[in-house]
Design a protein around this ligand. Sequence first.
Ligand SMILES: *Cc1c(COP(=O)(O)O)cnc(C)c1O
Length: 407
Amino acid sequence: MSSFVTHLEAAIDGTHLPADRVQTLHKDRPLWVRYDLDAMGRALSKEMLRDRPPTLWRYRELLPVADDAAITSLGEGMSPLLPAARLGQRLGTSNLWIKDESQLPTGSFKSRGLTMAISMARQFGIRRVALPTAGNAGGAAAAYAARAGMECFVFMPEDTPAINQYECQLAGARTFLVNGLITDCGRIVREGKERMGWFDLSTLKEPYRIEGKKTMGLELAEQLDWKLPDVILYPTGGGTGLVGMWKAFAELAALGWLASDKRPRMVAVQSDGCAPIVRAFERGDKHAEPFANAHTIASGIRVPAAVGDFMILDAVRESGGTAVAVEEGRIRDWMQLAISSEGIAVCPEAAACVGALEQLLASGSIRPDERVVLFNTGAAQKYPEAIASELPRLDIGKPIDWDRIAS
Ligand SMILES: *Cc1c(COP(=O)(O)O)cnc(C)c1O
């Protein structure tokens, strides 16, 4: 029963907090989990990973869970890093890869964060959790809570994709539709804390979801033989994934595992229907103002205000990357382009990254030979409303119209 965690560190001012008890925010801002990387480096070598099962738990030493019995897993397999040559060619780049997170439990990368958050909650003896969600986080939280035998309460905007509503309900979570945005749902969770006695699993309001999402960066490094790509395109909502990967790269560098010092340029991608991070990046601001009238079919990035806004902006700036908003009205087309080019179930959020890649290639910010990794954060199948289209019908009462089939 141990981990290499030494303490938690407030992201806003560096204050140290003990990690042996339940922690949430400090000055209303998130916490980093810090490890004894020297001791970790003595206990673990990258060669030792080779014989471990291909799940995110292969990075056990780099993760916060101390008690094996608390681990709550649905078999979070390493997601494939797929070459996307045909899509790349259509966009004008020769070195495009898609890290396909759609194959994870509950069909999105949210399972990485929630397997960690629920495992840690369990380690601390928490029995009841609640969270606001724009979509996939609710489904993942409900599934892992069921797996752990915990009570779960989910609050989502009433226009959240139907699959997300039903998956929560099926997993036994008390699920509520709210006639507002994810920020309104967040307020309900906050206000209910005392009365309902639940633990708030909101994005970045507990320290461990980042650690789960960090494993995307660890896997990517391992899959590329510890040579990081030139550019990472990431659909950014609350930012846990982007911030988590940037943390992973720093920890790998500290462990001396990376083949070179060069880190990827991180590109935070949003829809122009909800682009608070992009606006703050362009203005040079430290924090992002809430984005009014947020709307996008890419529900996972419909986050008008993120508690970790400054962490996202810091990572993007430190990396020499950028933040890009793409045209909301074209997301469905980019989805079609990506899926018909590669057969990968690219979700609307990742389709926005396809649009961003197009834009950055056109402006020369990404060169055609640079290695680009685009994150497909969820499965297209979870968005029936966004992907619905009218299909031609055949009438079995009439002779088969082969000309129509052939055209
Ligand atoms: C939640 C979500 C995002 C945004 O992820 P963050 O790490 O919170 O920025 C992107 N895509 C999908 C499919 C999501 O569910």
